[in-house]
Design a protein around this ligand. Structure first.
Ligand code: PSU
Ligand code: MN
Length: 302
């Protein structure tokens, strides 16, 4: 059984060596409210196209992993209430059950690599959760970055995570973390988490040279490019701290655990910031999509 269904324009670009950028779908189904989720998914694809690459949004539909989604499929994902949130552990269940499934960073990386797509843009990666010493809640995104050869462009990791432990874990796993045009590791809504980015690079060509050096060493695994949100859209870390504390306390009060934690926190933070966090989220995804396309274009030139 062939598990992948590759959309025509994506297949053609891959066959002819033209740049392609993978995009995840959990952000559409679980990360943003209707109808801004659909508007954002469309505009992100448009940004990738404008930068000279073909967008490949990825999701599981009717028992197939779709690489590249039609507008109707994007709308279905954006509207549906019962969408599975699929990571490495349950990706195969998404296929065998025939249910509608959105892919996280981890699952999108797996499918992108299988399809031959080297660059992937998202909002923020999952990481080590606060209280992980007790809950053991560490996103499968981290171990995926260690093993799957895709370059992930994200605005760092959400400050609702334990960022120092997330960076330690990435280092342990051998995942390079590149601050793009910045010395600081960004914290999603904020440009500066207060932590240093382990490596700094300032142009897509520098990133491609770095990827080629990794390839020459046969290192395998992925790379995280941490791209700070544009200044005009950021919410400074100092302003986010109280909001995150509150959302975290609410999650504990409501007994939220496992897969539900990230969507719960995002929705709570949206409320607590009066919608401002959503505008920041939309701006940073577009910014990441543009950089991912520039990297893919530069990679395709060799
Ligand atoms: N960033 C967002 N919204 C999201 C996510 C990230 O702004 O919905 C999703 C991504 O798909 C990421 C996932 O892979 O959350 C991590 O979930 P978990 O912590 O359960 O692994
Ligand atoms: Mn988790």
């Amino acid at each position: 059984m062939e598990p992948l269904h590759i959309k025509d324009d994506v297949a053609e670009a891959l066959a002819t060596g033209r740049p392609v950028v993978a995009l995840e779908s959990t952000i559409v189904s679980h990360g943003m409210p209707w109808p801004r989720n659909l508007e954002t998914a469309r505009s992100v694809e448009q940004i990738v196209r404008a930068a000279g690459a073909v967008p490949a949004s990825i999701a599981v539909i009717d028992g197939k992993a779709h690489i590249g989604l039609t507008d109707a499929a994007l709308e279905q994902l954006a509207r549906a209430d019962e969408v599975l949130k699929l990571s490495r552990a349950d990706l195969a269940y998404g296929l065998s059950s025939g249910r509608l499934g959105a892919t996280t960073v981890a699952a999108t990386m797996i499918l992108a690599e299988r399809a031959g797509i080297a660059v992937f843009a998202t909002g923020g990666i999952g990481g080590v959760h606060r209280g992980a010493a007790d809950s053991f809640d560490i996103s499968a995104d981290l171990s995926e970055l260690a093993r799957t050869g895709v370059t992930v462009v994200a605005a760092g990791a959400k400050a609702l995570l334990d960022l120092p432990k997330t960076l330690e874990m990435l280092e342990t796993l051998g995942v390079p973390v590149i601050g793009y045009g910045a010395d600081a590791f960004p914290a999603f809504w904020s440009r500066d988490s207060g932590l240093a980015a382990p490596i700094r690079l300032d142009a897509p060509g520098e990133i491609v040279a770095f990827l080629q050096a990794r390839e020459a060493l046969g290192l395998g695994g992925g790379v995280l490019v941490a791209n700070p949100v544009p200044e005009e859209a950021e919410i400074p870390a100092g302003e986010m701290a109280g909001v995150i504390e509150q959302a975290h306390a609410d999650a504990i009060r409501d007994g939220v655990s496992g897969k539900a934690v990230t969507p719960y926190m995002l929705a709570r933070i949206l409320d607590l910031t009066g919608g401002r966090s959503l505008e920041t989220n939309i701006a940073l995804i577009g910014n990441n999509a543009r950089l991912a396309a520039e990297i893919a274009v530069s990679l395709a030139r060799g």
